[in-house]
Design a protein around this ligand. Structure first.
Ligand code: NAP
Ligand code: GDD
Length: 326
């Protein structure tokens, strides 16, 4: 049996990746940061809370990372932990740099010192393309990050490449475009929309305030994307891969899908609120997943329509349950 350690196990991707690795027969360990509130709701939602082993630690504390690697005896480490909300990266830029950027060096150093044969996955991002330099972004497109988060992730990407080249570590960087699910944090735009649509439909709200709805994203389903992470670490050689659908859609059209699903007109409810504008915007992202298709045999399976409908239905179900509980 193989052992895996996931940092960020309590996040959206951490939950789906745990589920996938358990299905593949792994013993799954996860790094859990100390919080005053419960962060296990996603693992709970998937019914796997008791199937994973949690080890306390923080990306900014290398001693805790060394301890987690020792306890888990992991042969694969998936580094998903991050301050991952772009908006927050302008109000907490230093924290973002330390967790999302330097945190990657902390875990790579722990691997280098303890056992450089451990395979490593870094959760890189399409945010690194930012002000896009090519209409469709591939592994060869130059980067131009537009947020403190994007800058921190670019550091994480290059330190991963550097440890691969310097120390021969099997370290791969997955450049994942936006991926969503019913387990998405409520601050991200898809989930903000699907939650609001459910509340409006059930008479609990009558408006949805958004920022730049002309922004375009290449959105896929998180459940499909975590499989690509695992596939990268099963390759003979480490490498970098773009994971995307190859389609881009405006926030406006994504909203339409969500409102249409419950027979409402988005125009009657959406209010543009400059409060949600960003100091620098990433106007459009569109990924070219050809390399992943050819080398990993990975393909996205879920359409944006199916994804948004899945999310609206999950939010309707969640709210109805809460109402029943009183
Ligand atoms: P998420 O839901 O925000 O999860 C982030 C995880 O990181 C949580 O488990 C969080 O723990 C943990 N974390 C935050 N600060 C930490 C710290 N100092 N020490 C230890 N753990 C810490 O993010 P996600 O959507 O699952 O994304 C997973 C990774 O992929 C992130 O690195 C993200 O930047 C990257 N990514 C995401 C997307 C996407 O579209 N989802 C696309 C490209 C790349 P708590 O639960 O305790 O806060
Ligand atoms: N969050 C949010 N809230 N975004 C809004 C809103 C709003 O009210 N209104 C418009 N938007 C626009 C944002 O300006 C952005 O252009 C787009 O919707 C998507 O925003 P998010 O869902 O917050 O995601 P993101 O693209 O900034 O970042 C996500 O994807 C990255 C990959 O490209 C995060 O998951 C990052 O961690 C990830 O790396």
């Amino acid at each position: 049996m193989k052992n895996a350690l996931i940092t960020g196990i309590t996040g959206q991707d951490g939950a789906y990746l745990s589920q996938h690795l358990l299905k593949e027969g792994y013993k799954v360990y996860g790094l859990i940061a100390r919080r005053s509130t419960d962060t296990l709701w996603r693992l709970n939602y998937l019914g796997i809370e008791n199937e994973v082993e949690l080890i306390e630690g923080d990306m900014t504390d290398i001693s805790s990372l060394i301890r987690a690697i020792k306890i888990s005896k992991a042969s694969e480490v998936y580094n998903l932990a991050a301050q991952s909300f772009v908006g927050t990266s302008w109000s907490q830029p230093i924290l973002t740099a330390e967790v999302t950027g330097v945190g990657v060096t902390n875990i790579l150093e722990a691997i280098r010192l303890l056992d450089p044969s451990i395979k490593f996955y870094q959760a890189s991002t399409s945010e690194m393309f930012g002000l896009i330099q090519e209409s469709m972004q591939s592994e060869n497109t130059p980067f131009y990050p537009r947020s403190p988060y994007g800058v921190a992730k670019l550091y994480g990407h290059w330190i991963t490449v550097n440890y691969r080249e310097s120390f021969n570590i099997h370290a791969s960087s997955g450049i994942l475009f936006n991926h969503e699910s019913p387990l998405r944090g409520i601050e991200f735009v898809t989930r903000k929309v699907t939650d609001a649509v459910a509340k409006i439909k059930l008479g609990l709200s009558d408006e949805l305030r958004l920022g730049n709805i002309d922004a375009k994203r290449d959105w896929g389903f998180a459940g499909d994307y975590v499989e690509a992470m695992w596939m990268m670490l099963q390759q003979d050689k480490p490498d970098d891969y773009v994971i995307a659908t190859g389609k881009t859609t405006t926030v406006r059209d994504m909203c339409k899908i969500a409102f249409d699903h419950v027979n409402l007109n988005y125009d009657d409810y959406v209010i543009i609120d400059p409060k949600f504008y960003r100091p620098a915007e990433v106007d459009v992202l569109l990924g070219n997943p050809t390399k992943a298709k050819e080398k990993l045999k990975w393909e996205p399976k879920t359409s944006l329509e199916d994804l948004i409908i899945m999310m609206v239905d999950a939010d309707l179900g969640r709210i109805k349950k809460q109402q029943q509980r009183g």
